[in-house]
Structures are given as C-alpha cells and as structure tokens.
Design a protein around this ligand. Structure first.
Ligand SMILES: NC(=[NH2+])NCCC[C@H](N)C(=O)O
Length: 208
C-alpha cells in the first residue's frame, strides 16, 4: 500500500518535471522577464508558475476534470479566457519589440515583483500544457482511493517542481551573457516570442 502510493507519487513527480521542462508559454514568459527585466522579476514569475501549479494540482485532485466534463460551457469559457490573455501578452510583446531596452543600467526595466508574479500566475493558469499534465497524469497515475496526505503532498510537489525549474531558468538567463545576447537581438526575440504566444493563444481558443 505504502509502496504503491510512493510509486505513484514518484511517477507523478517525474511527469510534472517533464511537463515543466518542455517549452511553452510559461517558459517564454520566464525567459523574457529574466533577460529583459531583472533576476528578481524573473524569480517572481517563477513563483507565480509554482503557485499556479499548486492550484492546478489541488483542483485536479478535487475532480475538476469531471466537473469540466459535466459543464462544457465552463470548459469553453476557461479556454477563451486563457486564449485572450495569451494574445494580450503577445500583443504587448510585439508592440514593444522595436523599443530599445536600457537594461545595462542597474535594475533595467523593472516591472515589479507583484506584477511579475501575477503575470506568471495567470499565464500558468491559462496554460493548456499545465492543465493537461495535471488533469490526465493524476487520473492515470493515482488509484481511486487517494490517501488524505496526497491532497497536501502532491500540490506541494507541483509547486516545488515548477518553482525550482523556473527559478533555475530565471537565474541562468538573467546573468550578463544571455542578457547581452538578448539585447542585441531584442526585436527578433520579442517578435518570435510574441508570435509563438499569439499562436498558442489562438490554438487554445480554437481547439476542441
Ligand atoms: N509541470 C508543468 N506541466 N508545468 C507547466 C509547464 C508548462 C510548460 N513548460 C510551458 O512552458 O508552457
């Protein structure tokens, strides 16, 4: 019994880790913030990603999947909201692509911890990749009777995995060299990042 639980916790941790490491909208946002804003802001986005995962994990354990199956309109509404938010972020990134950044100056263009955190959180909550990982993985890897402790342990693991991974990404990308590279090709990076975000947003809205 204990072993079985431990085994599912380990496989779930593995699946969450792979999900965190696969590139997507969350990665784009953390990377962009870390190179363009500051390490601190990058960390704030990473924290938002972690908390977003915590919420997803909890909600998945509480049976969101069956709720969404029962209420198709809720599913559609959430998808639309997520898509609109992504396109909004993409629009901001594309619009600012040609504006130079003065990030050599100390602190650069800080966006502020709270705003960075909120953007991270909303991006994670609107991320279909995250929803799929938590929706399906939990369903597939947990037995029907979920031990009580897992309701706390799994969300905490989810928080830790994404927080650590994205903090690592933010840490690496906010060091001088990656920032210099970003700065040189800023317009192109922003165009690329913005376009991918917009496509992901459209896909989210249009996909069944
Ligand atoms: N554990 C997870 N699946 N977290 C969500 C990660 C999302 C994905 N890595 C992205 O950048 O979009």
């Amino acid at each position: 019994m204990i072993n079985e639980t431990l085994l599912s916790v380990l496989s779930i941790t593995g699946a969450i880790t792979l999900g965190a490491m696969s590139p997507g909208q969350s990665f784009i946002l953390v990377a962009r913030t870390a190179v363009a804003s500051s390490r601190r802001d990058g960390m704030a986005v990473a924290l938002g990603m972690g908390i977003g995962c915590f919420i997803f994990a909890l909600v998945a354990l509480l049976g969101l999947q069956s709720l969404l199956l029962a209420l198709p309109w809720l599913y559609t509404t959430l998808k639309m909201l997520g898509g609109v938010y992504l396109i909004y972020l993409a629009f901001k990134m594309l619009r600012g692509a040609n504006q130079p950044l003065m990030i050599e100056a100390v602190g650069g263009q800080q966006i502020g911890f709270r705003r960075a955190f909120t953007t991270g959180l909303l991006t994670q909550l609107g991320n279909p990749n995250t929803a799929i990982v938590f929706g399906s993985v939990f369903a597939a890897l947990l037995s029907h009777k979920i031990p009580m402790v897992l309701y706390i342990v799994l969300p905490l693991i989810a928080l830790a995995v994404d927080l650590l991974w994205y903090a690592f990404v933010a840490f690496v990308l906010s060091s001088p060299r990656p920032r210099r590279v970003y700065l040189r090709f800023k317009a192109w990076f922003d165009r690329l990042g913005g376009s991918v975000l917009a496509l992901l947003g459209l896909k989210l809205m249009l996909n069944k």
